[in-house]
Structures are given as C-alpha cells and as structure tokens.
Design a protein around this ligand. Structure first.
Ligand SMILES: [Zn+2]
Length: 406
C-alpha cells in the first residue's frame, strides 16, 4: 500500500495566522511541516507533499485543490493556537463530523494527542465543529467533499505559559529544534497510524494498533451544551493556615470537564483556568477536592466555573465561608489573588469583540481563511484561535448574565 499525504502549513504570505510576542504562526507551521515531511520520507510506501514550501498566501480552496490534484489519501493541516484573552491552553485535533471520515481520522488524532500528552501538553480533545454547511473548518469540509479525510492539529497555545515551554523562544536554536520535534512527533503519529516501515531508521510499525473509533451515528456532533452539573461544598477550613478545602463536583454527559476556575468574591474576579483532573484523557473525575489559600479576616463567597472540552462553562452554587479568625501573621498571600482575572472588564472587552465578530464570520470568510476581513481590528488573531475566542466569548457572556442577575 502506498500512501499520498498532503501536509498543510497553516496561513502564509500576508496571512500571519496567530501572532504573539515573537511568535508568528505561519512560520512555525511551515517549520513543523518541513520537519514532518523529512521524517516521513524515511519510511517506505509514502509520498509526502506540502501545500506550500515557502511564505505565500493560499486560500483553503487552493490547499484542497492541490491535495485533490495529487490524489491525497490524507490531508493534515498544521496550526498553533492562541486566545484573545490569553486564558486558554492545551492541544487539540479537529476531525471530520461525518462518521466514516471521523472514524478514519480518529486513530491518527489519538496518536498525535498521545505524543502531546507525553510532552507534558494539556489535552483539549479530539473534536468536531459544525457550521451552517457541514464542518465548520473549511479544510475539513472541503476535504470531506473531495473524499479526503482531513484534520487540523492545533499544537499548543503560543500565548499561555502552560504551553509555551514546548516552544521556547529564549534561544533560536532551541525554538527551531522544538518546532522540528513537533514535526517528528506528528510524523511518528502518522507512521504508526499507517503502519509504515523504515529500513533506514530501523523502525517497523506494521503491527502497530492505533485506537479505533466506530460510531453508528452518521454525524459526530460537538457538545453544544454547558456542563450539566457544577456543585461545590465545604470540606474543611484551617484558620491557622488560612486555607479552605472544598469539594468540586461537575458532570457533563456529552463531553468531559476540561478546566476549572475559582472566585472568592462571589464571581467578580476569577483566578486563571486550571486543569480539571481526569482518569483518562476523555474522562474527567466527577469529584475532587481543592485547597484554597484565602485572604485573612474576610468573608468569602466561593464560586467556581467548570469548563468542558468545548469551552462551555457552568458556574457553581455560591459557598459562603465566614471570615476565618486567624492567629498567624499574614505573610502568606493567597495564590488565587495572584493572576486574577477581572471578569467585568473581560466581559466588556468580550462584548466589544463579539459585536464585531459573531455576525460577520460568514461561509466565504471561513472558506478563504481571511481573518482580517472577518475580524476587523482583531486581524492578527488566527481564524482557529478566533474559534476559541468565540467560545470563550459565549462562556463569558453567559457568566456575565448570571453575575448581573445577582
Ligand atoms: Zn492557524
């Protein structure tokens, strides 16, 4: 069996994709794609093409037309992510919603995610996203139309410290080898999936079993709803140490719980998102306890947010904790006050963005991957990042409404 693989370095030319500090997505995706191609070419029975080998603009349609012209068996689009509020983190793979294509891409996506897990990156899931005309992402939608199973790998977020260890910029050499490493890892994931063999590397994946996913539904739809339950309860307080332990309980029957965030002031401000523990990558724990460092001599109104893998949030009940009578000196600072997010200002910023964005993203904009048209002033944010942003917008808008009611 000989495979034709098309690798697609996202963005290019006047389309930078996401940019943050010194990160420029179009350059990063090209470096990963080149390394992935070089690695894969060590294997027998595979021909690899890139949609672009240099810094040039291409439409989504161009990219898939190229894949069709070379008779691609698989189309893999490579990206890096960011969110406008710099709050989200982790890696994800988007795959087709049509079940036969979903099933085809799932094993590869799972291999990719396993590598990211091993690197210490956080798994945001293997997911689908629907738009008005089928799959939301143009490369996946047109790929399915052309009979080419396609996916988008969002390697990590370039604007969140939880991820940027994987793309260190302090030294050019380290940065380049980190990008090359992503290419090798993605290549390895594909070589395993296709059961390839390399005489030159002495690697034989012909017996490798990638995980299989077989759904009976015709469409694998994303989770459109918030987590079903999010409840917190008091476990204990430790006045001497200024600590409060609470039990977190959240359930989402459609997906898994990805992050949590905590507010001590009734939901006015939240600390940054944190990992929600899981028993396996796609199964979150229903219950776990966290211990909070709390400010001294203050009444607390603890509220948490549970965020699912589609970035939808459910706020918890309010847990009122009377001011702890503290006897120890107050040199401990509650780490929940550090890096706190002012939800009110976020909500305003978000409403400002959403009024421009939500209505203006159209089928054509998605198809042509033209973030500068679709996003107005936020043109430097990649289309894919924007999706995360829009989800966050929705989640914060919901949060905002709830807060205003209180
Ligand atoms: Zn991108």
């Amino acid at each position: 069996m000989a495979y034709v693989i098309v690798l697609d370095p996202g963005h290019g030319g006047d389309q930078d994709g996401g940019t943050f500090n010194s990160y420029i997505e179009k350059n990063m995706t090209l470096a990963v794609a080149k390394a992935m191609k070089t690695y894969l070419e060590n294997f027998e029975g595979v021909t690899v093409y890139l949609t672009r080998e240099d810094d040039r603009a291409m439409t989504i349609q161009d990219r898939l037309d190229f894949a069709k012209a070379v008779n691609a068996d698989y189309f893999i689009s490579l990206h890096f992510n960011l969110s406008s509020l710099h709050t989200l983190y982790g890696s994800e793979v988007w795959i087709p919603s049509k079940s036969s294509y979903y099933n085809k891409m799932y094993g590869f996506a799972d291999n990719v995610m396993q590598n990211f897990d091993a690197m210490g990156l956080y798994n945001r899931g293997i997911k689908t996203r629907l738009g008005k005309n089928g799959d939301y992402y143009g490369v996946i939608r047109i790929g399915t139309e052309y009979g080419i199973p396609s996916c988008i790998i969002e390697h990590c977020h370039m604007d969140n410290a939880r991820d940027t260890f994987a793309i260190p910029v302090n030294e050019k050499g380290a940065f380049n080898s980190a990008l090359a490493n992503f290419g090798v890892k993605d290549g390895e994931a594909l070589a395993k999936f296709l059961k390839l063999k390399s005489t030159s590397l002495g690697i034989d994946y012909s017996n490798y079993q990638s995980s299989q996913y077989k759904t009976k539904k015709s469409i694998v739809a994303p989770d459109e709803t918030e987590p079903d339950v999010n409840e917190i309860s008091l476990v204990s307080t430790d006045a001497a140490k200024g600590k409060v332990t609470i039990n977190m309980h959240a359930v989402d029957k459609d997906s898994f719980i990805l992050y949590y965030m905590v507010s001590l002031d009734g939901g006015n401000t939240f600390a940054t998102l944190k990992d929600w523990p899981r028993s396996s990558w796609n199964k979150s724990l229903d219950d776990f306890a966290i211990t909070l460092d709390v400010p001294r001599g203050k009444e607390l109104n603890i509220v948490t947010g549970a965020v699912n893998s589609f970035d939808k949030i459910t706020l918890s009940n309010v847990l009122n904790v009377k001011a702890l009578s503290l006897t120890v000196d107050s040199k401990t600072t509650g780490d929940n006050n550090v890096e706190s997010i002012d939800v009110k200002s976020i909500t305003e910023a978000v409403e400002d963005i959403s009024s421009r964005q939500v209505e203006t993203i159209t089928y054509d904009n998605i198809l042509n991957e033209a973030p500068s048209n679709a996003l107005g002033k936020a043109g430097s944010v990649s289309l894919f990042a924007t999706c995360s942003v829009l989800l966050l917008v929705l989640m914060l808008a919901i949060a905002g409404k709830i807060f205003r009611k209180r």
